[in-house]
Design a protein around this ligand. Sequence first.
Ligand SMILES: Nc1ncnc2c1ncn2[C@@H]1O[C@H](COP(=O)(O)OP(=O)(O)OP(=O)(O)O)[C@@H](O)[C@H]1O
Length: 237
Amino acid sequence: MKLITCENLTLGYEGKAILSGLNFTVNSGDYLCIVGENGSGKSTLMKTLLHLQSPMAGTITMGDGLKINEIGYLPQQTALQRDFPASVEEIVMSGFLGRMGLRPFYTKAEKKEARELMEKTRITDLADRCYRELSGGQQQRVLLTRALCATRKILLLDEPVSGLDPVATADMYQIISELNKEDHVTIIMISHDIGEVANYASHVLHIGHRLFFGTKEEYMNSKIGKHLVTAGEEAKA
Ligand SMILES: Nc1ncnc2c1ncn2[C@@H]1O[C@H](COP(=O)(O)OP(=O)(O)OP(=O)(O)O)[C@@H](O)[C@H]1O
C-alpha cells in the first residue's frame, strides 16, 4: 500500500534549486534509507515530507489514509534538546499532546501505552530520571519513544545515531529494526552509515549529483552503491 509518492520534486531555497527530478515511493512497512553527501539536501527533503517546507516543483501524494499528523519525526539532536529539564516519563508522555486536544490529563490507556513503548525502547528503568542527566544514546531512545506515542504508522528519523558511541549506535539500530519488523512501523531514515543500509534497509534513496532510488539489493548492485560500500569497508579497515 503506497504511503508517500514523490513525483518530479524540485527542492531549494529562495528560488534556487538544490535537488531536482526526485521520484520515489514509500510503501507501508518499508525501511527507506536516505543517503548522500553533506549538503545534498537530505534534511531539506525530510522537512518537505513533513510539510514544513513546500517543494519548488513536483508533487507529494499521501496514500492509505495517511494524515500529516500521523508522520512521526525524530530531528537531529540539538544542544537545546540535550538540556531539557524534565523527567524521561514526562518527555515520553508529551508525545500524546497532539491527540489530546483540550483534555488536561493523560488517560490510563495512554499511560499503559507509554509504558509498553518504553519497554520496547528499553528505557523503563530510566522513567523517573531527569532527561538532561542521561547519555546521548539514552536521550535518543527517549525521543524515539515520544515520537512513537504520537504515531506508530511512519517515522522520519534524521541521523538518529549521530554522536552516539558504537554500542549506543548498535542498540538504536536494533530497536528501529524491531519497530519495523515486529510492529510494521514504516521507517524513513537519513543515514551516513552505508554499512547500516546493508544491514537493515529495504530501500535506498541516494541523493546528490547522482540520484538513485530502488531496493537495497538494486542499490548494492548499482555502480554508486558498490563504490560506496567498498569505500566504507576500506575506511573501517
Ligand atoms: N534555511 C535555509 N536557507 C537556505 N539554504 C539552506 C537552508 N537550509 C539548508 N540550506 C542549504 O541547502 C543545502 C542542503 O542542506 P541540507 O541540510 O538539506 O543537506 P543535508 O544533506 O541534510 O546535509 P548534512 O548531511 O550535512 O546534514 C545546503 O547547501 C544548505 O546550505
